[in-house]
Design a protein around this ligand. Structure first.
Ligand code: ATP
Ligand code: ZN
Length: 299
């Protein structure tokens, strides 16, 4: 059974292609495909296909249920996968988490009936908790030295208290509106999660080289998303103060405007920082402020 061993060890030579597992359909599918596109990778995606090849990168994409992705990566059937950290921690497979992907953000939280008084995790002592994440919940209970009865269900966890199945639930939350509609309140965040890139433990050298290329592209896309190109007109009298507010990649570009006494300042800053300094820029007389998205950023 040599061939099988090669497959399961992750060293199987797949014509030099990197095999990536992503979610077939659901919350992570669109963003996974979008990220590949932003990395300049074209997938000829036949709907409902099990796998597809990239046209311009040695990559083969497998479309799977998200719950199965860690197992496929551990077995080496896929070299790498895009999957929620929540699934990685729940499945406890032997895979390596390589790079967070910046999408699929959510939290895994404990929720109880809106009218319950919850002060701390001791509330859960001896209670029934419905969840699709028994492993993560058990870890949480152990850490807090709590004994509770975990009731594993695979979907619609939020209705469990309403039908008398459990006194608490542990489920993924993003806005909280589903909890609210079911008369529940979020009382404890036990995990913050986002989509992440996982890889097989024994990735071959050729595969690792391809992965390094892919990671380089992913990092460039992520950096670009967090940063904006900012252009503004500054009165020369306040130029130094304005520049001091604007840390650029190296330093801002300053060009004289046709109007005497004014300069145009260009720089790259974190979007979050921008909102912090916008008022100060205006107070210093900055005008015509443009904030422009960046497509790729290589530093
Ligand atoms: P599959 O059919 O692949 O098993 P699923 O129903 O288990 O899909 P989805 O609901 O599509 O999974 O969610 C996939 C992942 O998206 C979750 O595991 C989580 O990492 C992430 N996610 C982000 N926000 C949320 C949210 N509000 N609720 C649930 N999952 C979310
Ligand atoms: Zn799933």
């Amino acid at each position: 059974m040599k061939a099988t061993n090669e497959v399961t060890s992750g060293k199987y030579d797949n014509g030099g292609k990197l095999k990536l597992a992503i979610q077939k359909s659901g919350r992570l599918n669109d963003d996974s495909m979008k990220l590949l596109k932003e990395c300049g990778i074209d997938i000829s995606n036949g709907v409902n296909k099990l796998k597809a090849d990239a046209n311009n990168f040695p990559l083969e994409v497998f479309f799977l249920r998200d719950d199965d992705i860690p197992q496929y990566v551990e077995d080496g059937v896929a070299d790498i996968g895009f999957v929620g950290e929540n699934v990685v921690y729940e499945k406890k497979k032997k895979v390596v988490e390589v790079e967070k992907l910046g999408f699929g953000k959510c939290r895994l939280s404990i929720a109880v009936g809106r009218n319950e008084t919850y002060t701390d995790a001791q509330f859960l002592q001896g209670k029934k908790i419905a969840t699709s994440y028994p492993v993560i919940v058990q870890d949480f209970l152990d850490k807090n030295v709590i004994k509770a009865d975990i009731h594993e269900i695979s979907g619609s966890v939020e209705i469990a208290p309403g039908i008398g199945l459990a006194e608490a639930i542990c489920d993924l939350v993003s806005s909280g509106s589903t909890l609210f509609m079911n008369g529940l309140k979020e009382v404890e965040v036990i995990l913050k999660s986002e989509a992440t890139l996982i890889k097989n433990n024994n990735l071959g050298a050729a595969q690792q080289q391809l992965l390094d290329k892919l990671i380089f592209r992913i990092q460039s896309v992520k950096k670009a998303k967090n940063n904006k190109y900012v252009l503004l007109n500054a009165p020369n009298d306040n130029l130094d103060k304005i520049i001091a507010l604007l840390p650029g990649m190296k330093s801002p570009t300053v060009l004289p405007l046709a109007t005497a006494g004014w300069s145009s300042v260009h720089t790259v800053i974190k979007e979050s920082d921008f909102w912090d300094i916008i008022e100060q820029l205006k107070e210093l007389g900055a005008e015509g402020i443009l904030v422009v998205p960046i497509e790729k950023m290589i530093i």
